[in-house]
Design a protein around this ligand. Structure first.
Ligand SMILES: Cc1ncc(COP(=O)(O)O)c(C=O)c1O
Length: 491
């Protein structure tokens, strides 16, 4: 300030000015400048700093000066060193200027903030000590190294012309890799020409409902209870009547289907969401007979089929009647919801319409992501990842059931050993909404089954999402719930 800058250095990529006449060591000036930029918000959390060599060259100083400045700011917690030798602004600001120990805590807080990054997670985790919110996959286990290898392969080997606009069904490599995987593991009868890649199940079911409505469908049947977030809203928006089919311990009650007068049925036969039953072989055959009789379409949301812990999962219904069943899969529960990768195996008579709807919706999913996933599947990395994750989720499920047996023996866990959540039915003396509210007062996030019912009445139950909780957090959460229930019973 006011001093001559004739002897100064300036780095364009970081806007640091050095004053060589100031009598302050150069590394201290660099530190002060970067610290001030972070505090003022000019350098945001996660922003990458220039490599030390580049910054040193820009400022006309030796590399050691920049290294010293970065190291000091890492120790203070302003910066974090990343593998690969680059440096980023840390996710959280240090509360106090701490010593060398703060680097480790910064790394931990960055990991925690990445793990809770979906909007749903972020919204729900506010204010709860423990959150049994459903629908959350442990994204901290995302196979980054294997995915990176596939990205690298794709970027180094794919010719430029493949990065252009594409077929509404998706890239042929992924459609082929999905057929190989699904036919091998899920017993589907899939051919690449009938596969449509989409941005998760949510988009898949949206496209299907649009196409079915345009082709004259009037009424859609959904499991009762079932998810509120997709088919129910989409069907209503497309002008379709929605009818709920009650779900029993073995999935949807097929006897109620005939009365429903529906043109399509959405099912989660591998692991009913939320109640956790698996549709019996007899019921599957009856559903297929119903679809054939009515010329109806079954939308098979193959929810949680990857995570069966006690035995191999039952094969997909699509393999029984490829002309009447649309198979829907997603990477959201296995890799990460943020990938937005899903796939459908569509009956031949609907493929062209569904692919056209996909093109109209968004001109197709990312080619690079599709090719990456194709490579990942073909290398066997998807199988490997699932083999690694099954015991992790299984241990969390076992911890939940153990804790329920210990603290709340009169709750009745339902469903098969599968997936990432468990429903436990409440005894008749307990009101579901009162338990959910009391749990929240004790810092425990949990949802009831009631809000997911279509026709209204039914026994009270709680949905325990356990996928992102440690075994000790699960035990602590159930103990909190037991306290909340004692309070409800005492009032
Ligand atoms: C019943 C059901 N199926 C599938 C999904 C996956 O949806 P998407 O693939 O769009 O992330 C969800 C999301 O939580 C769900 O609740």
């Amino acid at each position: 300030m006011g001093r001559s800058r004739t002897n100064s250095g300036l780095a364009e990529d970081l806007l640091i000015e050095l004053d060589r006449d100031a009598g302050v060591p150069l590394h201290r000036q660099i530190e002060a400048s970067i610290r001030a930029s972070i505090r003022a918000g000019r350098l945001r959390a996660g922003a990458s700093l220039p490599p030390t060599r580049t910054l040193a060259a820009g400022l006309g100083v030796s590399r050691g000066v920049v290294v010293e400045a970065y190291q000091q700011l890492v120790a203070e917690g302003y910066l974090a060193s990343r593998s690969g030798g680059y440096t980023q602004v840390a996710a959280t600001m240090p509360q106090t200027v701490a010593g060398a120990g703060s680097a480790a805590s910064t790394a931990t807080s960055m990991a925690a903030s990445t793990a809770g990054s979906t909007a749903q997670q972020a919204a729900r985790s506010v204010g709860f000590r423990i959150d049994f919110g459903y629908g959350r996959t442990d994204v901290s286990q995302f196979p980054r190294a294997a995915w990176l290898r596939s990205v690298r392969t794709v970027l180094t080997t794919t010719p430029n012309d493949r990065f252009a606009y594409l077929d509404g069904r998706g890239v042929p490599e992924l459609r082929q890799a999905l057929c190989d995987y699904l036919n091998r593991v899920r017993g589907t009868l899939a051919v690449p020409g009938n596969v449509v890649v989409c941005n998760g199940y949510g988009q898949g079911v949206a496209l299907l409902i649009q196409v079915l409505a345009r082709r004259g469908a009037r009424r859609i049947a959904l499991e009762d209870p079932s998810s509120r977030d997709d088919a129910r809203v989409l069907a209503a928006a497309a002008g379709l009547d929605v009818v709920g089919i009650p779900v029993g311990p073995d999935g949807v009650r097929v006897d109620a289907l005939d009365l429903a007068d529906a043109d399509a049925l959405v099912l989660t036969p591998s692991h009913q969401w939320p109640t956790g039953g698996v549709l019996s072989a007899t019921a599957r055959a009856e559903v297929i007979r119903w679809a054939r009789r009515r010329g109806a379409i079954v939308i098979e949301d193959d929810y949680d089929a990857e995570y069966r812990y006690d035995r191999s999962p039952v094969g997909a219904m699509q393999g029984l009647a490829p002309e009447h069943v649309v198979y829907c899969g997603t990477a959201s529960k296995t890799l990460a919801p943020g990938l937005r990768l899903g796939w459908m195996v569509v009956p031949p008579q609907l493929v062209a319409d569904v692919a056209a709807a996909k093109l109209l919706a968004d001109r197709g999913s990312s080619v690079i992501d599709q090719l990456t996933f194709a490579d990942f599947l073909t290398r066997g990395e998807f199988d490997r990842h699932l083999r690694r994750m099954r015991p992790v989720y299984r241990r969390r499920r076992d911890a939940l059931l153990d804790a329920l047996r210990t603290h709340l023996p009169d709750l009745r866990p339902a469903g098969i050993a599968a997936g990432q959540h468990v429903v436990a039915w409440l005894p008749p003396d307990l009101d579901e909404a009162a338990v959910v509210a009391a749990a929240a007062r004790h810092g425990l996030g949990i949802q009831g089954v009631g809000p997911f019912r279509i026709a209204g009445a039914g026994p009270g139950g709680l949905i325990f999402g356990y996928a992102i909780l440690s075994e000790s957090a699960i035990a602590e959460g159930v103990a909190l719930l037991a306290t909340a229930i004692r309070e409800v019973r005492g009032s």
